[in-house]
Design a protein around this ligand. Structure first.
Ligand SMILES: [Zn+2]
Length: 256
């Protein structure tokens, strides 16, 4: 399978998933229709499916236009979001399989950002929507810190070489935040410099890899003594979930 990131709107990413054996493709989170058509046409591949990670408008904004042009498109999303993604044709549950051409993916329910958030896992590729970002994680609009922490733990159980395709280009701000809590970690510093350089050159920082996230993303590092130290006296001995909650609160207030 080949994956093409499509920069959309202000800072969103849609992804075109192409099965090279069959020439069929799917789009993850169509923010806008035009970049999807343009890429599919340029590659001479045939779009048949849409995989939605969650119902937020900036992830499904292009759906109506896509369906106007191609009413037979299959639209997938988590079953509890059926009323919020009105064009959904196929409802998904945790552990379900999805197919694009000869490529099979698995659905991983990852509540926290929203209750119906899912990630799609195709051999070596994980599409995380607004659950896991480069160096960060989504805001908790409809979930508790426990839920998001547990969703991120599910992701961490995947192979470390897994490529992470996230829904927004927030890596620079996220890594600037990571520097406020773990600047003494040389890998955090190195990644901060790396993403700054990429953003300056207008290159996408996606995909990252799971190992990269585990080594530098504070939200996957709640057991780090350096992070706990930076969060204050009480954070030295509290639970990982409590560290996660404190980090998320700080990140909500952080701007570049
Ligand atoms: Zn969202």
């Amino acid at each position: 399978m080949k994956v093409f990131p499509l920069a959309c709107s202000f800072d969103n990413y849609s992804y075109l998933l192409v099965c090279e054996q069959t020439g069929l493709c799917a789009v993850v989170d169509p923010t806008e229709a035009y970049p999807v058509w343009q890429k599919a046409e340029g590659l001479s591949v045939h779009l048949t499916k849409v995989f939605c990670t969650h119902h937020h408008h900036d992830h499904i904004g292009g759906l109506a236009d896509l369906l106007d042009e191609q009413p037979d498109l299959e639209v997938y999303g988590f079953h509890s979001d059926e009323a919020r993604i009105v064009d959904m044709t196929h409802t998904l549950r945790n552990g379900d399989s999805v197919q694009i051409g000869e490529q099979t993916g698995k659905v991983l329910h990852s509540p926290g950002h929203t209750s119906g958030s899912v990630c799609y896992h195709f051999d070596g590729h994980l599409f995380t929507g607004d659950t896991l970002f480069g160096g960060g994680c989504g805001r908790l609009f409809e979930g508790s810190p426990e839920q998001m922490h547990s969703s991120l733990n599910k992701i961490q159980a995947l192979p470390e070489s897994t490529k992470i395709y996230f829904g927004h280009e927030y890596s620079e701000t996220n890594m600037a935040f990571a520097m406020t809590v773990e600047a003494e970690n040389p890998l955090v510093r190195e990644r901060f410099n790396r993403v700054k350089e990429l953003v300056k050159l207008a290159f996408p920082t996606a995909p990252s890899t799971l190992i990269d996230e585990k080594q530098t993303n504070p939200f996957l590092r709640c057991d780090s003594p350096l992070i706990r130290e930076s969060l204050g006296e009480n954070a030295r001995t509290c639970s990982d979930v409590e560290v996660f909650r404190l980090l998320r609160e700080r990140r909500n207030r952080f701007t570049l």
